[in-house]
Design a protein around this ligand. Sequence first.
Ligand code: GLU
Length: 309
Amino acid sequence: MTDLQAILDSIYTELLPRLGEGKVADYIPELAKVDPHQFGMAIATVDGNVRSVGNADIPFSIQSISKVFMLTLALGKVGEGLWKRVGREPSGTAFNSIVQLEREEGIPRNPFINAGAIAVSDVVLSGHAPREAIGEFLRFVRYVADDESITIDDRVARSETQTGFRNVALANFMRAYGNLDHPVEHVLGVYFHQCALSMSCEQLARAGLYLAARGSNPTTGHSVVSPKRARRINALMLTCGHYDGSGDFAYRVGLPGKSGVGGGILAVAPGIGSIAVWSPGLNKVGNSQLGAVALEMLAVRTGWSVFGD
Ligand code: GLU
C-alpha cells in the first residue's frame, strides 16, 4: 500500500529550498501582499482519510479554482443548455485574453477562462439579487466541503472590484454580443466574490472529493452531481483547467486540475482522491509554479494518472 503521508513529507522536504519561486499575482493588490514562501498540500481519499503537509490548514484565495464549483452549480440549474453560452474547447490564450472573445462573437471558449466564468456567473445570477447568488454559491461550497467555516475574503473581493478593468472589458464585450443577461456590475459582483473564496488545502481537497467519487462525497454521502456529470467536469478540467498551460499540465501531471492565481491547484485522481496544493508564486502563464512541480512528483511517486500507470 502506498504511504501517502511519507510521499507528501518527501515532496515537502525536497521543495523546501525552492519556496518563494515564481511571482505572486500582483495585478490584484490584495494578493500581492501574500508571503510567497508558503506551501501546503492535502490529499482527501475516497475512503475518508485526509493527509496533509506544510501550510495545508492556512486559508488562501482560491481564485479561479472557484470556477469548478460555480460551473457545477450552473449545470445543476440549466443543464446542458449552458453550452449555448460557453464552449468546451481549450483556449490556447491567456486567462484574461480579449482577442479571441471578439473573434468568436462573445462566446467564450470554455468555462474556466475569465470570460467563460463570467458567463457562468451570469447564469447563476438568474432570478436572484447578486447578494443572494453569492450566498447560494457559498452555501454550495460549504455543502460539498462539509465545512460551515468557509468564508469569502471581502478585502480580496474589494481589491478586484477596484482594479479588475480587464474583467469589466470582457463582461462588456459579452453584454454587447447579448451573452450576458444581467448588468455588468451585478455579474462581476458575483464573479469577484466567488474568486475571493478563502479555503485551506485541507478544505479544498475535501470539497473536490465529489469529482473523484462519481459525483458524491463519500464521507458525508451527499450527492452533488451524477457520475456522468462528474466525469465531464473532470474532462473540462483536464483540457482547460490551466489556461494556455493546460497541455503542459496534462503532460507532466496527467490528472484533471484547476489552478487559480492565488497559487492553488485542485487536482482529481478519479476513484482515488482529490488533491489540493498551494504555493503562491506563479509561472509565466499564471499557474502555481511549485504547485505543479509538487503534483508532478506526486503523480510519479503514486503512479496516479488518467492515462495509465
Ligand atoms: N479573479 C481572477 C481574475 O479574474 C481570477 C484569475 C485566476 O485565478 O486565474 O483575474
